[in-house]
Design a protein around this ligand. Structure first.
Ligand code: BGC
Length: 977
């Protein structure tokens, strides 16, 4: 069914509050919200006609209890031993302190849990962001995730992670709040997509793996976020919309899509050892992410065997006991709402353990998980003096340690310079992540151009200063990161204008620029001069498109983008210059795809570059590319469609269920980005994985080595029973506020203010007859899931068995050294509405000298060949014929070979065999006529549908529903302070 009709029909049949109706005008635009881009729920024409079952409005999430206790699987064993030894000494209130934040702005970091002074254990510092240390000075501003992914270079990605982790470590941060793989990028308008890597789960998974390893090797804990289905900013939190109180939106996702798309990169983060995972603001199948027992208990802790701790996003906790039983381990920033002075946990968790509504083993598990993360990354040996040596709330040297309470004035900023030599890496990575989309021979520039001209506000300074807009919440000057919490202050920002000018002057050339957005006459005049006979040169036009986190609105974009067009009249700017200058080079700094249809084939547009969000070295990186000091090798980590509608997915800008939770149906299933384009035979302008070089490459000699498929054995057996560590005294007077205690106002403490639990809770509802899920209290040994593991985190370890090794020869057929990202895709076979035409399953970025041939090699694992089977609840290599492709983008797949998976499940296939595309198997490609070798420039992109359509039904989630309430009787009460 067409989504739009589905949504309207649903609204009509459901109670739609008068308030909601009253506040909306006839054209669908709510009063006072001129910013809302479209009158309908989604952009007209953008919804897909093949909605998958299991992505339905108002569907519910099944319950899963008890919350799996960590057991120290795999390389977590030693960390668990240490954590258990530590936690075993703690009192009840000390344990609670580990789990609960002290409240918003209560301490020096964006989040801090409670300290354990008796053991000289300081509160842990949780600090953003995924691209550098936020809220401080003398730190680096790294390239954003999306540019990082565009490098397709695991080594560069690891190094960035290590350098960011080092900076956090040297500032005294314990948990860096990144990296991001949720949002994944279901729709290109999603405001925070750029914080993550790519909308392809395999690329995102590889990038998150290298990033987590890098960060944690530096000795800090990573917090991979936001788990899960956090795909848009509108309605992410409960709140008022146009006079109506709304719950947070629900991402309605079917089981298979969940596994094959959104959960996939989280599995990789877990395999890489991420110490923590942040549960998100949104609901999943109508249960909030931080109390969704299915996503936290079943998927994360049971199936994926996650051994670290789950931290809430800031104020994403909406219940006390329920969230504890559903698997939340740490609440941030700890108060019920910012500076409310009340908390779901804190004293209420102390009370809940004493009255038995939260079992001791669950609290102990929270603490062991938190401390295991701490030991897993060796925090004790990575401490710095005065940690944290900065305050997230000011850069003044002196000020209140407890910011909100304005208490304990002391030195709070030590201005420690943590940048090291990271600038070099940032410059190199941003250049490596720059994608050359078009080149008619204009690039590289020679440096001998007589007149070099630069156009566009995006080339220049932000007149307010690089950090002049809090959390980068504006689009002034050149764009080097998006806005929101996923940012860091710039130590400096090299603009394209200054870097290009310096390059031109070094060559004694002439340079002029027009960076005022409105100066179209001046632009025309300057562009016209370049084109004059006897003059000559280049016109380099910069334009951008920005987005960010929903708490900031920029130019009417409430976090999410309202459209996919360039900002600041970018299209007009490009056309103005291109109409007069016959060598117009377009550079785009954008958070994701933009619509380039109005200029990409303009005859005067001689080159187009996507420079992403490069960070502090922006100008240097793009100059390195423009002048050929670095040969571009980046590949686009998303598809560039002709129109917004061609993506087939969109966001929800308007509530669609009255005053109930807005419903975001993931009804495109797995068919987002290139999977959707391929399925619909929709030709993009630049396909996923595409990017040119200043040289050319050819592909030949595909070899597939089979390692045989051993039978896949679902995991069996039982966990140990839930352990407890130390004893909890039942004497409530043991937990009273210590005598003479110097209380910080509005701070969240674990102590009781009365020996009566009821009085201490201060909750008029205390003790009402309320039944929590019985399974939540079951501490007996539990069966492992078949798709899970009793050996190591990441799910059944056989999923990572290497089944095939694929090699191909790549030759640099041009005249300069260059990097090629060889890409391996698999067609998993079956009907076209079951599997995508191809899915990315391998890549490598290889530097090749002119004339040289290098062998690309990639392993294909069992997981890479499997589909998630909703009936057996496991990964299955099904009988559909499978083909491997190797090429230079998702549509330029020059080489192919069938993959013989027929031995799947049989027990006797251990022998290896070699098969070659040239000999024993015929070669075919998905997009073009079979070729055994082709250059990146000459390959055709004609489309052919390799199989006919039929429509298998996927079934939705299991029938039983999640009954977890959104509150607990005593959870929301004042802790009595
Ligand atoms: C964001 C998180 C961030 C946290 C702390 C939240 O609003 O969603 O990504 O880590 O704030 O700043």
């Amino acid at each position: 069914m067409h989504l739009l009709w589905g949504a309207l029909a649903a609204s009509a049949s459901l109670p739609f509050s008068q308030a909601a109706v009253k506040n909306h005008t006839g054209n669908g635009f709510p009063n006072g919200r001129a910013a809302v881009p479209f009158p309908n729920v989604v952009y007209p024409g953008a919804s897909v006609p093949y909605a998958v079952a299991g992505a339905k409005t108002n569907q519910t999430s099944p319950p899963s209890y008890p919350s799996p206790w960590g057991t120290g699987l795999g390389d977590w064993a030693e960390a668990y031993e240490k954590a258990i030894a530590f936690v075993s000494q703690l009192t009840l209130t000390e344990k609670v302190n580990l789990t609960t934040g002290v409240g918003w702005e209560g301490d020096k970091c964006v989040g801090n849990n409670g300290a354990i002074p008796r053991l000289a254990f300081n509160s842990m510092c949780m600090e953003d962001s995924p691209l550098g240390v936020r809220d401080t000075d003398f730190n680096s501003a790294f390239s954003a995730g999306v540019t990082t992914a565009a490098t397709w270079d695991r080594q560069l990605i690891y190094q960035r992670g290590f350098d960011m982790g080092s900076e956090h470590r040297d500032k005294g941060v314990d948990v860096q709040l990144g990296p991001v793989v949720g949002p994944l990028g279901r729709a290109p308008e999603g405001g925070r997509n750029w914080e993550g890597f790519s909308d392809d789960p395999y690329l995102a998974g590889q990038a998150v793996m290298a990033t987590v390893q890098g960060m944690q090797d530096a000795g800090i804990m990573a917090c991979t976020k936001h788990f899960i289905g956090n795909e848009q900013e509108h309605f992410r939190e409960p709140g008022e919309f146009d006079g109506v109180e709304l719950p947070g939106y629900s991402s309605n996702v079917d089981d298979r899509t969940m596994h094959e798309m959104y959960l996939w990169p989280f599995a990789d983060a877990i395999r890489a050892g991420t110490a923590s995972i942040m549960c998100s603001y949104n609901q999943i199948n109508n249960s909030y992410a931080c109390q969704n027992s299915y996503t936290l208990n079943h998927l994360l802790k049971n199936e994926l065997g996650f051994q670290g701790f789950v931290m809430s996003d800031w104020s994403a906790q909406h219940s006390g006991v329920s969230s504890a039983l559903a698997g939340l381990d740490m609440t941030m920033p700890g108060d019920e709402s910012f500076d409310s002075g009340t908390a779901y946990w804190g004293a209420n968790l102390t009370i809940a353990v004493l009255n038995g509504t939260v079992p001791q083993w669950r609290l102990d598990d929270m603490c062991v998980r938190i401390m295991a993360g701490y030991y897993y990354v060796d925090r004790p040996n990575n401490m710095v003096p005065d940690a944290p040596n900065f305050s997230a709330w000011t850069t003044d040297t002196y000020g209140p340690y407890h910011w909100y309470a304005n208490k304990d004035v002391t030195q709070i900023n030590y201005h420690v310079d943590v940048q090291g030599n990271h600038a070099q890496g940032i410059r190199a990575l941003a250049a490596a992540g720059t994608v050359l989309l078009k080149n008619n021979g204009a690039l590289p520039l020679t440096g001998n151009e007589r007149l070099t001209t630069v156009f566009g506000e995006d080339a220049g300074e932000n007149g307010w200063g690089p950090n002049g807009c809090g959390d980068r919440g504006c689009d002034n000057g050149t764009l080097a990161m998006g806005w929101g919490s996923g940012t860091a202050n710039f130590p400096y920002l090299i603009t394209p204008q200054e870097a290009i000018k310096a390059e031109v002057r070094a060559n004694n050339g002439n340079f002029e620029s027009v960076t005022s957005s409105a100066a179209f006459n001046q632009m025309q005049a300057l562009a016209n001069r370049v084109g004059q006979p006897g003059v000559g040169g280049a016109c380099i036009v910069f334009a951008n498109s920005d987005s960010g986190e929903g708490y900031i609105t920029v130019d009417h974009n409430e976090g999410d983008r309202n459209n996919l067009t360039l900002w600041n009249a970018g299209n007009h700017l490009i056309k103005t210059v291109a109409d007069y200058c016959n060598n117009t080079i377009v550079v785009m700094h954008t958070v994701g795809p933009v619509l380039v249809d109005s200029f990409y084939d303009h005859p005067n547009v001689t080159a187009i570059l996507w420079a992403g969000l490069p960070g502090q070295e922006s100008g240097n990186s793009i100059t390195d590319i423009l002048y050929g000091k670095v040969n571009p090798g980046g590949k686009t980590p998303f598809t560039w469609g002709k129109t917004r509608a061609s993506y087939g997915t969109d966001l929800l800008y308007m509530p669609n269920e009255g005053d109930a939770a807005p419903q975001l149906d993931f009804d495109a299933g797995i068919f987002t980005d290139y999977r959707g384009f391929d399925r619909r035979n929709e030709t993009p302008i630049y396909e996923f994985g595409f990017g040119l070089s200043y040289t050319t490459f050819s592909y030949s000699n595909l070899q597939v080595q089979s390692h045989g498929i051993t039978p896949y054995v679902p995991t069996t057996g039982n966990t140990p029973a839930a352990p407890t560590y130390g004893t909890v005294s039942n004497d409530t007077s043991d937990y009273l506020v210590p005598e003479g205690f110097d209380r910080v106002p509005v701070y969240i403490y674990p102590f009781l203010n009365s020996t009566s639990l009821n009085a201490s809770s201060g909750d008029p509802m205390y003790g009402i007859d309320y039944t929590f899920p019985a399974g939540g209290y079951d501490s007996s040994a539990q069966p492992y899931l078949g798709a899970g593991s009793n050996v190591a985190p990441g799910g059944n370890q056989q999923l990572y068995d290497v089944i095939f090794t694929v090699t191909a020869d790549i030759t640099n057929t041009g005249s300069v050294v260059g990097d090629e990202v060889a890409q391996l895709y698999i067609s998993l076979g079956g009907p076209s509405d079951y599997n995508a035409k191809v899915v990315l399953r391998g890549f490598d970025r290889i530097t090749i000298s002119p004339g040289a041939t290098v062998t690309f090699s990639a392993d294909i694992t069992r997981r890479d060949l499997s589909n998630w089977d909703i009936d057996t609840q496991n990964w299955v290599i099904n009988d559909y014929p499978k083909t491997v492709y190797v090429g230079t983008s998702s549509r330029k797949l020059y080489l192919s070979s069938p993959l013989d998976t027929s031995s799947s499940g049989s027990s006797n296939t251990t022998s290896s065999s070699m098969m070659s595309s040239a000999s024993s198997y015929s070669t075919s490609t998905v997009w073009s006529a079979p070729v055994s070798s082709a250059s990146t420039e000459s390959a055709a992109s004609t489309e052919s549908a390799p199989w006919t359509a039929s429509t298998p039904e996927t079934t939705p989630w299991a029938a039983s529903t999640e009954s977890a309430p959104t509150w607990s009787a005593w959870s929301a009460a004042s802790s009595g302070w």
